[in-house]
Design a protein around this ligand. Structure first.
Ligand SMILES: [Zn+2]
Length: 283
């Protein structure tokens, strides 16, 4: 029987090193992720064409996946509290000077990071968010959070700091995106970048969570992130590596597995999987 869903896919070379040599890594939601033979990056291939990616990014709905897939999610108060703690610690030196700053959170979602930063930044600071997914940005706006709906290239202002929390894997090609980031940063501006180190793992069985293909398109390792940033003219200030194979996440995975989700169980304390929290500065 012919599928009712029309899928337009394109084959791509490795977004990091442009090699066309890759090996199958994992299949999820009907999409394949492959591992580059040259540099080890993991990326969805073949992947949705840019127009299909854009549609999902702005609406929060993947109509190209069998049965459809909604990725809007909902606002998390816990996330606000978590990032008050995380960014409070990593940028302690910034908050302690009491000088006003400007900060743009890119891929701001429901505005949780903007909320967290607003409580940390000295009075008079400007903290904004930019988010392409309409339902998320509009939710933030209704609650009075300064999240603008749109893509990064619509931002005309410049900022002292930008952050990208769990945004990297949504981007088909990080290199041109980094150039756009540089355009909104002041001289000597800083970036906070957070993503997983999935390309550093031995195999897909070590991933203690779902990869969320095709919403996530690219998975890097620590060396890729450092190279991307240094090549774009950033100097790494600090990298914090946080374990995700905790008892709490193990329990969550177990429940999902029982519910029939495609997920591998990774025992606490056994995985190389880390969340990378990177702070870097334009030279
Ligand atoms: Zn590569």
């Amino acid at each position: 029987m012919e599928s009712l869903i029309s899928i337009s896919l394109e084959s791509v070379s490795c977004p990091f090193c442009k090699s066309n040599e890759s090996n199958f890594w994992v299949k999820e939601n009907g999409f394949n992720a492959v591992k580059c033979c040259e540099c080890g990056l993991i990326y969805v291939n073949p992947r949705n064409t840019q127009s299909v990616v854009d549609k999902a990014v702005t609406t929060g709905h993947h109509s190209e996946v069998q049965g459809g897939r909604n990725v809007v999610g909902r606002r998390s108060k816990r996330k606000v509290l978590k990032y008050q703690r995380v960014l409070g610690a990593i940028f302690k030196d910034v908050w302690s000077t009491n000088r006003t700053i400007s900060w743009l959170d890119i891929g701001a979602g429901f505005g949780e990071i903007v909320e967290a930063l607003s409580s940390l930044a000295p009075k008079g600071s400007q903290v904004h968010g930019i988010e392409p997914m309409g339902p998320k940005a509009q939710n933030a706006q209704r609650r009075g959070i300064l999240v603008r709906e749109g893509y990064l290239n619509s931002v005309k202002e410049r900022y002292d700091f930008v952050s990208l929390v769990d945004v990297f894997s949504h981007l088909p090609d990080f290199r041109p995106f980094l150039l756009e980031i540089k355009k909104v940063l002041n001289n000597g501006g800083q970036i906070y970048l957070q993503t997983g180190n999935i390309a550093d793992l031995r195999g897909s069985n070590d991933v203690p969570t779902q990869l969320d293909l095709p919403d996530h398109l690219v998975f890097a390792g620590e060396k890729h992130m450092i190279a991307y940033l240094e090549e774009a003219g950033f100097k790494i200030i600090e990298i914090v590596r946080v374990r995700n194979d905790t008892f709490v996440n193990f329990a969550k995975s177990l429940i999902r597995k029982i519910q029939g989700r495609q997920i591998s169980l990774v025992f606490p304390g056994t995985s190389e999987y880390r969340s990378l929290r990177i702070r870097a500065q334009l030279k």
